[in-house]
Ligand binder design. Structure first.
Ligand SMILES: Nc1ncnc2c1ncn2[C@@H]1O[C@H](COP(=O)(O)OP(=O)(O)OP(=O)(O)O)[C@@H](O)[C@H]1O
Ligand SMILES: [Mg+2]
Length: 471
């Protein structure tokens, strides 16, 4: 089963994040546009007022000369207002105006902004103004400007609040995304968990509904309907296989008994007896194949009632070794059980013994005379291993996935007897125990077949402490 995705990997969170970024970007752009437009309009208004004042002053100067200009500036600055003037000679000696001193104005003629101070409630207040400095014939300078402090404050407020606004949008958006993503993950988790349990063999499980009638509920309902259908089909199949196996096994056993009786009753001669013995062997083979097929089907579907209990893999290995010693001797193969730590796992003894027997059977069958077969148990970080290694031809990498399928036999082993069900049963037993059948290269030659139980299957054995991987 695939591992469950983190919050950042959920589609919902990513979509929300993209939208939040887009939203933050467009909000910033919109605010900037509004700000820029408003500022331009306000500046235009101020500039128009300044231009009108300059025109008025220019007319005054044309009619009454410098004294007229001084007079008008004095008259206009009698009351504190928005308008700010300054008329001085080139030594900054002030003739008229309502500014405390000449502000820092870099450019002549064009519109500029500058800071100035003005008394408010007995204190000097720094303010902002906008205006033009003009040259008056005779080396005089005239500053005509307007106070724009309110606009300046609005602008400052805007530039300080904008980053916070964007930050808030991003934070709220991300939190919202996380919330939606978490909710989605929870719903998907339920589906994944159920799928996992079904894959592990419990076909009766169903995906829980939230009852909200949303798309997840619709998906869960469809999945459940699909599972109902699969369960019905499986049940039908099982019933057919069971009845076929049952119906055929009984006559097969009867046939076998008859043949045995015949040998005994007919008191047959050597040749005839040999024929019948071969027929009996064939029947035995057929019965064994049926039994193996039924066992694989039951183990695979998780329908077997095989009881689980803590057992020592080393003990199972010892039993199987003893069982196969005569066959190994006959084939001139050295069969060794390597000493190992107590390896306790929760498992079904007869299934594990059958699986190990199949592996040992293969190893002896496919290893040429003079070879070696080793059975070993080991505890590692990955779990508990029960392995059989041989010095035979091994299985090519490309063939490894398919040799565990039913009835698959490799071309190289066609000459030896077999039905191609041995490894299928080992794989089914592994699956039943949540274990894994790993086929690897044995060094320097041959195959190493490992039945790897997960750490979660490890159990303490009565009378022996549970070995940890570190020991
Ligand atoms: N130890 C091994 N060395 C080389 N090839 C092997 C080994 N074990 C299995 N194989 C290959 O994998 C195939 C499948 O093995 P499997 O045990 O499923 O079937 P089988 O041994 O042919 O028949 P059965 O076990 O049903 O009597 C074998 O036919 C053989 O080609
Ligand atoms: Mg086999």
């Amino acid at each position: 089963m695939r591992t469950k995705p983190g919050l950042l990997q959920t589609q919902a969170f990513r979509i929300v994040l993209v939208y939040v970024l887009l939203f933050a970007f467009s909000t910033t752009a919109l605010l900037f546009f509004t700000y820029w437009n408003t500022r331009r309009t306000l500046d235009d208004q101020t500039d128009q007022i300044i231009e009108a004042e300059i025109t008025g002053l220019r007319e005054e100067y044309q009619h009454f000369g410098l004294p007229g200009l001084v007079e008008t500036v004095r008259a206009r600055t009698l009351h504190q207002g928005q308008a700010l003037y300054m008329l001085s000679d080139n030594k900054h000696h002030v003739l008229a105006g309502n500014l405390a001193f000449w502000p820092q104005v870099s450019e002549m003629g064009s519109v500029v902004e500058f800071d100035y101070e003005r008394p408010v409630d007995g204190k000097l207040e720094a303010r902002r103004a906008r205006g033009r400095v003009l040259l008056v014939p005779g080396d005089f300078m005239l500053l005509v400007s307007q106070d724009v402090h309110d606009r300046y404050l609005t602008e400052r407020m805007f530039t300080t609040t904008l980053p916070w606004t964007v930050l808030l949008i991003l934070l709220l958006g991300t939190a919202g995304g996380a919330l939606i993503g978490r909710n989605m993950l929870r719903r998907l988790d339920a589906i994944n968990r159920t799928s996992g349990e079904i894959i592990a063999g419990d076909l009766t499980r169903r995906v829980p509904l939230a009852g909200s009638g949303d798309e997840f509920d619709a998906l869960a309902e469809n999945l459940n309907r699909m599972l109902d259908r699969i369960e019905r089909l499986m049940k039908g199949m099982r019933e057919v296989t069971d009845s076929v196996a049952h119906d055929l096994r009984t006559p097969l056993n009867r046939l076998r008994n008859r043949l045995e009786e015949s040998v005994a009753r007919l008191n047959a001669s050597g040749a005839q007896a040999g024929e019948i013995e071969r027929a009996i062997a064939e029947t035995d083979q057929l019965i064994a194949t049926f039994n193996a097929l039924l066992l694989i089907a039951e183990t695979d579907a998780g329908t077997t009632r095989a009881a689980m209990s803590p057992l020592d893999l080393g003990e199972v290995a010892a039993d199987v070794t003893e069982l196969y010693e005569p066959l190994a001797d006959e084939k001139k193969i050295s069969l060794t059980l390597l000493p190992g730590p107590p390896a306790g796992v929760e498992a079904n003894r007869s299934l594990v013994a059958q699986a190990l027997a199949n592996l040992v059977d293969n190893a002896i069958k496919y290893t040429p005379a003079g070879g070696q077969v080793r059975i070993a148990t080991a505890i590692s970080d990955a779990g508990v291993d029960l392995s059989v290694s041989d010095t035979g031809p091994g299985i090519p990498l490309a063939d490894r996935p398919r040799v565990t399928e039913r009835f698959v036999r490799l071309e190289a082993s066609r000459s030896s007897p077999g039905t191609g069900l041995g490894l299928s049963l080992v794989a089914a037993v592994a699956h039943y125990h949540g274990a894994e059948l790993v086929l690897e290269d044995n060094m320097p030659t041959g195959l190493k077949a490992v039945l790897r139980f997960p750490k979660s299957a490890m159990r303490a054995l009565p009378g022996a402490p549970l070995k940890s991987a570190a020991e």
